[in-house]
Design a binder for this molecule. Sequence first.
Ligand code: NAD
Length: 462
Amino acid sequence: MSTTATDVTTSHADSGGTDWDPIFDEVGLPKDVNNIYTQTVASMLNAAEIVNLRHRVRIILAQPKNEIMVHFPVRMDDGHHKLFKGYRVQHNNAVGPYKGGLRFHEHVHLDDVKSLAFLMTMKCALVRVPFGGGKGGVKCNPRELSPGELERVTRRFTAAIANDIGPDYDIPAPDVGTNSQVMAWIADTYAAMAGRSSTNPFAVVTGKPISIGGSLGREKATGQGVVDVLLEMLPDLNIPIEDMRVSIQGFGNVGSWAGKILADLGANITAVQDHTGCVRNPEGLDVHALSEHVAQTGGVKGFENKANTGGSSRHSGKGCEVISVDEFWETPVDVFIPAALEGMLNEQRAHQLRARVVAEAANAPTTPEADAVLASRGIEVIPDMLCNAGGVTVSYFEWVQNRSNVIWDVEQVDRELNRIMCAATRRVIMAKQKYSTTLRTAAYISVLEHIGDIYNHRGIWP
Ligand code: NAD
């Protein structure tokens, strides 16, 4: 990458906040170590320093291009109207259209959405799919909404941001609290509003039901990608997959698929935690039965009644014990997979964790303080932007299929996903070796070299 002396910033920020990069002042970012967006940008700037990224690219990446905030009224079942707040942050589209999930959660906040949009720019660039980064959300608790209310929230939010999304411009997808049905309502609302002006309006979202253009293999894609990365990485870490002990935090879409695929390959999923409780079996839980239980009841709580009495339709004779949250973190495993929400692996948990590897299936699960503790304890962290990129990769396949009117079989999806995930993993390992750094910084380095090269070719106009 070409740089000039004046393009390069000489000091660096660290996530501990003691040595702030001047770019924080320049672009007006708060120097707050507890702010999740600040933490993310600090990590990127640290890697930018290593690769001498041009100053102009650093400031572009330090802030999103667009931050859209909307308020919209929705009629509730009892007849009254409630005002909801929604966000869509479009971080960067130098590589291609903005791409990223929509989260429905009561704690959705602009800084979280900005961080997740930023991470999408990094993730798409790392796996080299031609998308930029975006993210959105609605502040609501979907568990407290009736199906009708959820549909009306989704359609009103879509109408509010309809001019800001599109198959060539910004393509949302599912995230925490949203699913393929929500994507179907968005696609239908957008298609009705776009009319004849859009030739393929359903390509406005990915993660759709198969019957309206979703891709085979998309539902399991993020979990499958986690496994693809682990399988590529494990030989270097000297951990065989057979009887590998794994604990998983979060047993929703990503956690349950990663667990089921790993168990089918011979690993023992020894402990699982979600928002309802924790269960453990040192010999390995029956994660297929656990997944059925979670689908029926909404959480792992109560699984012991089925697992220990044969009450599960797939009862395997494998029982389980209910454990405390502290016992969950202290369960000895080879690999810990955080697959819940941001910031859940904090400093205290990093001290408690008894694992050799952390595979970040969730977005931003590890706080900077925890990252430092894990590094000091020699625990390898496979960063989110690599580990969970399988979801956006198969979303890209869905978009390609929609736009070219073809349907891939699941073998083709899995094969292409594996090819992309393995190539990205090798890229990160090579950068780690070249720069003697962590996997996280190596992933940023690989991304920044790619995006820096794109800006070098495109220039900045006008
Ligand atoms: P999900 O809603 O299906 O599952 C979330 C899980 O987190 C649930 O099991 C829930 O019980 C658990 N959880 C919530 N609060 C918790 C708490 N306080 N303690 C323990 N567990 C808790 O969501 P998902 O789609 O599986 O996403 C999980 C993570 O993966 C998120 O960080 C998301 O951004 C990320 N991710 C998802 C995808 C995707 O394709 N779904 C892609 C990339 C990244």
